[in-house]
Write a protein that binds this ligand. Structure first.
Ligand SMILES: Nc1nc2c(c(=O)[nH]1)N[C@H]1C(S)=C(S)[C@@H](COP(=O)(O)O)O[C@H]1N2
Ligand SMILES: [Mo]
Length: 318
């Protein structure tokens, strides 16, 4: 089938943030985030020979592509079209409204059904092996982007706290701070934003805690300083500004599933065959492209993740 889609060409000088010319070591140092010793120990990005790890590059300035060959969206696109209801329901206003968000110091409390509960400072989390991953992000609303993330596999953190045998789910809680988050003064949502995964989904190698993108620490509109990224699920699962991670026995309540259970399931796997009650999920608009492209089952990550759902009816467990 012929694809009549064009990515709007922009000179690479415009899409390359200046920090691409700094190595990751330099920018972490510049931000004063990690000691030199910790940098040498852990913070150099590791490339792995995997289909998703195409190497965003922090120095070369080339446009990264995903494993399907599609170019990453520009830094400007990724940071100026954001769902972040704590700031606004207007995607184009989030950048401006989040400009003064205070993302340091930051700590994440990891607890619940684990043998070694621990509160991690941001600096501790940056010591987990940081990897570059170019992932598609497909919003349930029908638009998508390709984003070159930096982050660490959530399984590294979960293994360290030693989940108990009774743990079956992972619950994520975002910051509650109506002083900083004007959206949290709205009574229409059960703040703070919460999300959840089954433990095996959380342990999957594709599941990341993102700490940066395009070689910069995570920009405020994208969930600074830390957000979840689960690339085969609709974007709302990828909770921003995480302050607590909790292992549970029961499936946790989540914000969107609580607000509209028939529209937003717990699983929320990207699936062109399962329509949202108010719109089709067959196609999507890639930001920066003209027209729409077909949506892929599991957002194109089926080879890696379909096994997690063997024997499940994806229409029932939507
Ligand atoms: N805390 C929090 N996390 C959130 C949201 C939000 O409103 N608040 N929106 C979600 C939705 S609907 C999407 S599509 C993605 C958007 O991520 P991006 O802005 O980095 O593209 O963030 C998700 N994470
Ligand atoms: Mo979304």
């Amino acid at each position: 089938m012929e694809r009549k889609l064009r990515h709007i060409a922009i000179p690479s000088s415009e899409i390359t943030p200046k920090s691409l010319y700094l190595s990751r070591r330099d920018w972490l140092k510049a931000m004063g985030i990690v000691s030199a010793a910790a940098l040498l120990a852990a913070c150099l990005p590791q490339r792995e020979p995997t289909p998703v790890e195409t190497g965003a590059g922090t120095r070369s300035g080339h446009v990264p592509t995903d494993e399907l060959g599609d170019p990453a969206n520009t830094f400007d696109e990724i940071t100026n079209y954001n769902n972040y209801y704590e700031f606004s329901t207007d995607k184009r206003a989030v950048n401006r409204l989040s400009a003064n968000f205070k993302s340091t110091p930051w700590a994440v409390e990891v607890g619940g059904l684990v043998h070694k509960p621990k509160t991690y400072a941001l600096e501790d989390l940056l010591k987990f092996e940081q990897v570059e991953r170019v992932y598609r992000l497909r919003c349930v609303e029908g638009w998508s982007m390709v984003i070159p993330w930096m982050g660490f596999e959530l399984n590294k953190l979960l293994k360290e706290v030693e989940p108990m045998a009774s743990a079956r789910y992972v619950r994520f809680v975002a910051l509650l701070d109506p002083e900083q988050f004007p959206g949290q003064r709205s009574p229409f949502y059960p703040w703070p934003y919460t999300e959840g995964l089954r433990l095996d989904e959380a342990m999957h190698r594709l599941t990341l805690i993102a700490t940066g993108l395009y070689g910069e620490l995570l920009p405020n509109p994208n969930g600074a300083p830390l957000r979840l990224v689960v690339p085969w699920k609709y974007g709302f699962k990828s909770i921003k500004a995480i302050v607590r991670i909790e292992l549970t026995e029961e499936q946790p309540a989540t914000l969107w599933n609580t607000v509209a259970p028939h529209e937003y399931g717990f699983y929320a796997n990207v699936n062109p065959e399962v329509d949202h009650p108010r719109w089709s999920q067959r196609t999507e608009r890639r930001i920066g492209e003209i027209g729409r492209r077909p949506t892929l089952l599991f957002n194109g990550y089926g080879d890696e993740v379909a096994g997690l759902y063997a024997g499940m009816d994806l229409r029932v467990n939507y």
